[in-house]
Structures are given as C-alpha cells and as structure tokens.
Write a protein that binds this ligand. Structure first.
Ligand code: CP3
Length: 344
C-alpha cells in the first residue's frame, strides 16, 4: 500500500498514471480457458471449487501463466456470502446460480456470526496466491456489493430487471434494510480478512447498479458502498478499493464522490469521453472494452482499445473490459489485446 510500490496496477489505483495502462480482465479465470474447464471437473460442483484452496489457487493463477496481465483476481464468487450466511445456493450447469429466496421473515435468521469461519478456505486461497505471485503483480480481492448480492438472495436467480428485489425493497423496507445491514457488516469483515491474508486491492462488484431511480440508487448503491469503504478503512487504513457500479450511467460521478472509492470501473455503455469529462482528473478509471469486441477481434477490437487508451491518456487508467469475458472468447484475441495494451 506504499506509494513507492513496484506494482503498476496497485500504483494506478492509488492515483499514479503509468506510461502504458496496466491490464487485467474481468472474470479472467473461467470457461474460455481449456485448463479451467479441465480443472473444473476435479470438484463436484462450482462452490466446492471455490472452497478448495489448492484448486482455487491454481485457477487464479492460470490466466497469468498465459498472458502478461498485471493482476491476479482471487478465484471465488460473489455468492459465497449468501452461502456463508446459511442460504441454500447452487450453481446449475447452463442455468447460472439458483438460491432459495429469502423472505421478510427468514432474513432475521441469517447466520452472521459463523459467516467468516465458513469463508476460511477462500482466505487460505488468498494467502497461497500471495505467496505464489511475482512481486510486480497486484492481487485483487473482491466481494459483491450489498444490492447486487441482495438481488440474487431475494430473486433466487439472476434476472434482466431485478424486479423481485426492487419490489421487495419498496414493500418490506425494514426487512430490506436489515438485509443490507447484514451484507454490509459481513462484507466489511470479509474484505478486511482478504487484506490481512494478502490482497493488495479489493473490488466491489455492483453488477446490478442499473434499473434504479435516483432515490433507489442513493439508498441501495451509494450508501451501502460508502459504508463498506468507511468500515474497511477503519480497520485497514487507506485500503485501496475499486468500485464497479455497472449501469451507474449519469450517477457515476456521484458514486465516486460519495463512496470514497479510489478508482471506478466503467461498463462498456459509458462513453469514455463522458467519464473523462465528468470525473475529476485525479480519479483512476478502469475499463471499458465491450467483451464482444474481444470475441470478434481484429479492427473491431484494436481500434476501439486504442481509442479508450487515448481518451484516458491524461489520467490514471487500468485497461479492462466493461464487463466479464465470455466463454466463447478466442484465446488468441486475449493474447493480442494484452500485447496491444502493453506495446501500443
Ligand atoms: C454477478 C456475478 C456473479 N459472480 C461474479 C459476479 C460479478 C461480476 C459480473 O457482473 O459478471 C464475480 C465472479 N465470479 C467468478 C469470479 C472469479 C474471478 C475472476 O474474475 O476470474 C468473479 C470475480 C467466477 C465464476 N462464477 C461463475 C463461473 C462459471 C461457473 C462454472 O465454471 O460453471 C465462474 C468462473 C458462475 C456465476 N456466478 C455468478 C453468475 C451470474 C454466474 C453464472 C454465469 C457465468 O457462468 O458466468 C454471479
């Protein structure tokens, strides 16, 4: 966390612009890699993979063995928190996550006390990755932001408009506030433990910051993210934190100012020129290539990547996608993108 760090990506989060932007790729460990698909068969299900440090460490490191990325991101999932709180969570092949939805009553029975113990194997993975990582590589830890995690806990699955959670928040404001309190507290404990285990930076994945009116954005996105930043920094002074409020759109500058995150991840629908014009010049940005440009490759990818880099040339910038890499992505295109970002 020192300003004189030898890690270009960490230095960028801390506000130091680099000659060329450092790069990592959202969801960089995953199904587009044959070695991931192969290792995945060694665990009986996805959560077991997340809770087996030996396997999770290997999966975390796989993308760095192939590509000259500047960071490793802990291999886990945002839904280990509901699992740790005692909610039934499973990952059905081809269907994504399925949870037994919480109710206004069942929220009060969530197991806050035992949650961190349940996550001990993930923290062991952080320690092992830390020990294996070269000194110039940044280790990124993460959790889901409370609203995003709550949308899965309430809706029981991903949905295009998060309608179940949006209605629940309006019809059961007290139970909803209780759920957010539980998620804020558990996330603070979990992120502090990740820093103690060796994470350099953490990212808050607010993947469902869209579809909210401005009151709801303030209450469900800004305020819980702000409380997490404050709570983590009370125990890890100056903890470096990236916020990724996907879909924040016109709320992006308010999100940065009010939460206190060091850096902000931009989704691919945010015009780089809009972000550059609306965020103070010292604020580091991360992003924001459309993942499908990485699937297509060629000029569709390269011209846009160069444009993003040049738009952010005067501020600290971490190159990334504007959302997660998709399984169909050709590995050669990832290699080319990393080469382009590193070499121009
Ligand atoms: C919303 C969300 C989830 N998980 C995550 C988010 C936020 C980022 C985003 O918006 O994409 C975050 C996440 N999930 C995973 C990571 C690992 C680290 C990395 O980025 O490499 C991270 C950072 C592994 C994973 N998480 C999941 C997989 C695929 C599981 C498998 O191997 O079958 C992986 C590698 C499963 C998962 N997990 C989740 C969904 C919706 C799915 C199913 C869809 C999918 O498969 O991509 C919830």
């Amino acid at each position: 966390m020192t300003v004189g760090t030898t890690k270009p990506l960490l230095a960028t989060v801390l506000g130091q612009r680099q000659e060329r932007p450092p790069i990592w790729i959202m969801r960089q460990a995953g199904r587009y890699l044959p070695e991931y698909r192969e290792l995945r068969t060694k665990a009986k299900d996805f959560l077991e993979l997340c809770y087996t440090p030996e396997l999770a460490t290997e999966v975390t490191l796989q993308p760095l063995r192939r590509f000259d990325l500047d960071a490793a991101i802990l291999f886990s999932d945002i839904l280990v928190i509901p699992d740790a709180l005692g909610q039934a969570v499973r990952f059905a092949t081809g269907e994504g996550p399925l949870l037994e939805p919480v109710t206004a009553e069942s929220i009060h029975g969530l197991g806050v006390e035992g949650a961190l113990d349940h996550l001990a194997p993930v923290l062991e993975t952080v320690r092992r990755v830390r020990a294996a990582l070269a000194p110039n590589k940044t280790l990124i830890g993460f959790c889901g932001s409370p609203w995003t995690v709550a949308t899965y806990m309430i809706g029981g699955r991903g949905s295009p408009d998060q309608a179940a959670a949006r209605l629940f928040a309006l019809q059961h404001p007290e139970a909803f506030a209780k759920l957010i309190d539980i998620l804020v507290e558990t996330s603070i404990n979990y992120l502090v433990a990740q820093f103690e285990a060796g994470a350099d930076v953490v990212q808050l994945f607010e993947s469902w910051a869209l579809n909210l009116d401005d009151w709801a954005f303030q209450e469900r996105v800004i305020e819980p993210n702000r409380r997490i930043v404050e709570g983590v920094r009370a125990r890890v002074p100056n903890a470096p934190i990236i916020g990724f409020p996907r879909g924040a759109a016109a709320n992006i500058a308010a999100y940065v100012a009010a939460t206190g995150v060091n850096a902000v991840g931009l989704d691919y629908a945010t015009p780089p020129s809009f972000a550059d014009g609306h965020l103070p010049g010292h604020v580091p940005v991360q992003g924001n290539l459309d993942p499908l440009r990485l699937v297509a490759g060629g000029a569709q990818m390269e011209d846009r990547a160069r444009e993003i880099i040049s738009t952010f040339a005067n501020r600290p910038h971490i190159f990334n996608l504007g959302h997660g890499i998709v399984p169909e992505t050709p590995i050669a295109h990832v290699a080319r993108l990393v080469e382009l970002v590193k070499a121009g």
